[in-house]
Design a protein around this ligand. Structure first.
Ligand SMILES: C[S@@+](CC[C@H](N)C(=O)[O-])C[C@H]1O[C@@H](n2cnc3c(N)ncnc32)[C@H](O)[C@@H]1O
Length: 221
């Protein structure tokens, strides 16, 4: 099975039971919208939007949102939720690694909630390059990722690459330290905000976990 097909199968399986982390927007989506508002953002891309908890929130805040995910089950759920409201929100099914379906469009901002840490180094770099290409110059990249201060995940399970662990079957988690964030963004971005925050939600086994995440907002140079 190809990498994307494996991801689709894993996530479709997870989403079969619906809104697995609840309907509220993530704390990082609230931080992102504050930053987007400060910088007069209008169009926002939400890659890996899952079943839409954050994309719906951002559209309700008045941003013009395009959101997509590899899981068609999640997108069907998200589109149904949004369909009942009249919002500037479009959903697509598509892969992070093949954004051709978005055409030539570039966005004022991109928001990724708990996406970049799901991959090995080479793919994380690929995702960042693709996101940079989808942002207008001066556009804002906002995201949350797991930190090395997340004691429930850091060091748990097999370490498949430095700071990348397989605690739950078929689900990688890369835990970031501050230096890595700095090195990763330095070539093409300037930081607007970088802070730690907590997000509480069920993990893949159903146990509540207290994620210790970085929130980053950075402007494309
Ligand atoms: C941890 S979940 C986060 C979902 C959503 N951002 C949220 O916070 O509710 C990761 C999401 O990434 C999606 N995903 C994983 N690999 C993907 C890929 N190659 N292309 C697009 N989406 C992908 C999954 O389907 C899943 O919805």
């Amino acid at each position: 099975m190809s990498h994307d097909l494996k991801l689709k199968s894993y996530w479709n399986n997870r989403y079969e039971t619906g809104a697995i982390w609840g309907e509220d927007a993530c704390p990082s989506a609230v931080l992102a919208q504050e930053c987007f508002r400060e910088h007069a953002v209008r169009s926002v891309l939400v890659p890996g939007c899952g079943y839409g908890r954050n994309s719906l929130y951002l559209a309700q805040q008045g941003f013009d949102v395009v959101a997509y995910d590899i899981s068609d089950i999640a997108i069907a759920y998200a589109a149904e939720q949004a369909g009942r409201q009249s919002l500037p929100l479009n959903y697509e099914t598509g892969s992070l690694f093949d954004p051709a379906f978005l055409g030539e469009k570039q966005f004022d901002a991109i928001y990724l909630s708990n996406i970049i840490h799901l991959f090995m180094k080479e793919q994380r770099e690929q995702v960042l390059d693709i996101m940079t290409s989808l942002l207008k110059p001066g556009g804002i990249l906002a995201f949350s990722v797991v930190s090395i201060y997340d004691t429930g995940n850091y060091g748990k399970g097999e370490e498949v690459e430095p700071n990348t662990f397989m605690k739950h079957k078929d689900k990688l988690l890369h835990c970031y330290d501050e230096q890595e964030l700095d090195d990763m963004l330095k070539p093409h971005y300037e930081f607007l905000k970088k802070c730690l925050h907590t997000q509480v939600e069920p993990d893949p086994s159903g146990e509540l976990e207290e994620l210790k995440l970085w929130f980053v907002a950075a402007r494309r140079k």
